[in-house]
Design a protein around this ligand. Structure first.
Ligand SMILES: [Zn+2]
Ligand SMILES: [Zn+2]
Length: 477
């Protein structure tokens, strides 16, 4: 049952020996069909999220409609308390959470939707992990190998990117070769995808801190820190299949105020990182902002108002090499871990890349919040739709499920919360028609848009503080 191979287990035990168990993480896939076999990933971790070496107990599943679960999963003291149970299934359609008992408590999994017709799956990943190769907080970081092993087995993620720093001479040819080879070693579709990428820092006014993500391989990285901006960075990578993602755009000094020069359009800059452990950059005054904030218009909603058509991703920017988790991060990197949900037909690095590029993705903090059946004016998230009759109502619907109680689901239109619906426990159903005449609220043509435009996205907020933000849908008048 514990299919962790010997080397992966030793990497976890040596690099992140966890103390007493603080919680049990139970991870299931977000979308499956009835009767489809899937894996359940268990990790008993300490208070920082490191896999416990001190767990000698067994975890027992709570009774439910699950087929193929063992009566108990025994952990052994001295070994990382991680287990993978293959061949589990659910016979009937519905939304479920799997409970396991450990240490006198019940721990619930993320929600899984069982649906015979849902063609797209949801794959969770952390696009923004730093390892010791970054030479940034090196004593807190772990190795490149640890990044991939921890993402897959400890955090139960589907994909990850070690987006290490390259600027200020922090990378060289040897380190870059290590990055390229690690991706080849750990990329194992359809179980796990490793994405090649790196962090290209830029100065405030030049686009700020950005990550470059590659569809395939890249012979050598391009760094424009001293003289360039996002545009010269993109030009340096002109031959490559890649895109560039601004992050923590509200950070002072390195701020990501964007201009028509530094915004690169949906091909080269399809998404922005709305949340990381630095904080949330959604709008000024949000409850989880960065500790220090740039004064200028650098929030995601500022960029959307500028006509920059960016969808949303979220990650950790962990400098403790803890993919979508906690670890020994510094005091200013202490918000909830972020993660990105990518909707795709299957799991491979190209499918993750293509669907982020298509903005068919959303960002979340703290939990795998599941958003399905999402349609805004008939379109999926990330779409741009010509809307001929501005006074014709727009139907907005989605079903939401979370690990914890859902407080509310908000519809955001051009920077304004225009509708909210409360959760019903850990689930919520949104169905609303916006009848507002859009000529009254549309933004004037600017940035990417040659016609007046309106954007909509959804924000989910849970009692745990976890949030999710769907990539927007844009209507052009
Ligand atoms: Zn750093
Ligand atoms: Zn970073």
């Amino acid at each position: 049952m514990n299919v962790l191979n010997g080397l992966a287990e030793r990497i976890l035990a040596v690099e992140a020996p966890g103390g007493p168990v603080a919680r049990l993480s139970v991870v299931v896939p977000s979308v499956v069909t009835p009767g489809e076999a899937f894996a359940v990933k268990l990790a008993a971790v300490d208070e920082k999220g490191y896999p416990s070496l001190e767990c000698g107990e067994a975890a027992r599943p709570v009774e439910g409609p699950w087929v193929g679960l063992p009566d108990a999963v025994a952990f052994e003291e001295g070994r990382p308390a991680i287990a993978i149970i293959e061949g589990v299934s659910l016979p009937d359609e519905g939304t479920y959470r799997l409970g396991f008992e450990l240490g006198g408590q019940t721990w619930l999994s993320n929600p899984v939707l069982v649906d015979a017709k849902e063609r797209e799956r949801v794959f969770w990943g952390d696009p923004h992990v730093h390892t010791c190769l970054s030479r940034c907080h090196p004593t807190q970081c772990r190795s490149l190998d640890f990044c991939f092993v921890a993402a897959r087995y400890m955090s139960g993620l589907d994909w990850v990117c070690a987006a290490d720093h390259v600027s200020n001479d922090r990378c060289d040819k040897g380190k870059w070769e290590a990055q390229r080879r690690a991706v080849k070693v750990f990329d194992e579709p359809p179980e796990f995808a490793a994405i090649l990428g790196y962090e290209a820092s830029l100065k405030g006014g030049c686009g700020g801190d950005n990550n470059v993500y590659l569809r395939g391989d890249l012979e050598d990285f391009v760094d424009e820190y001293e003289e360039g901006d996002t545009r010269t960075l993109s030009e340096g990578l002109a031959e490559e299949e890649c895109f560039i993602v601004p992050h923590h755009t509200t950070r002072p000094g390195k701020h990501g105020e964007l201009s028509d020069r530094t915004y690169l359009g949906p091909e080269r800059m399809p998404v922005v990182e709305i949340h990381s452990k630095w904080g949330t950059s959604e709008y000024r005054g949000n409850p989880n902002a960065l500790h220090d904030i740039h004064e200028g218009p650098s929030y995601v909603q500022d960029h959307l108002a500028q006509g920059y058509a960016m969808g949303f991703v979220a990650g950790t920017d962990t400098h403790a090499t803890m993919p979508s988790s906690y670890g020994d991060d510094s005091a200013h990197i202490d918000r909830l871990p972020g993660l990105t949900a990518v909707r795709a037909a299957g799991l491979a690095r190209e499918q993750i890349y293509d669907n982020i590029k298509a903005r068919n993705c959303y960002g979340a903090s703290g939990e795998r919040i599941l958003l399905t059946g999402l349609r805004i004016a008939g379109a999926r998230m990330g779409s741009e739709v010509p809307w001929v009759f501005p006074d014709m109502g727009r139907d907005i619907c989605a079903r939401v499920a979370a690990e914890s109680e859902i407080v509310q689901v908000d519809v955001v239109r051009n920077g304004e919360d225009v509708f909210s619906t409360p959760g019903d426990g850990w689930q919520a159903w949104l169905s609303w028609t916006d009848d507002q005449d859009l000529t009254q609220v549309a933004f004037e043509p600017r940035g990417h848009f040659e016609r007046p435009f309106v954007y909509y996205y959804l924000r989910v907020t849970c009692a745990s503080g976890a949030q999710a933000w769907t990539s927007p849908v844009w209507l052009t008048l």
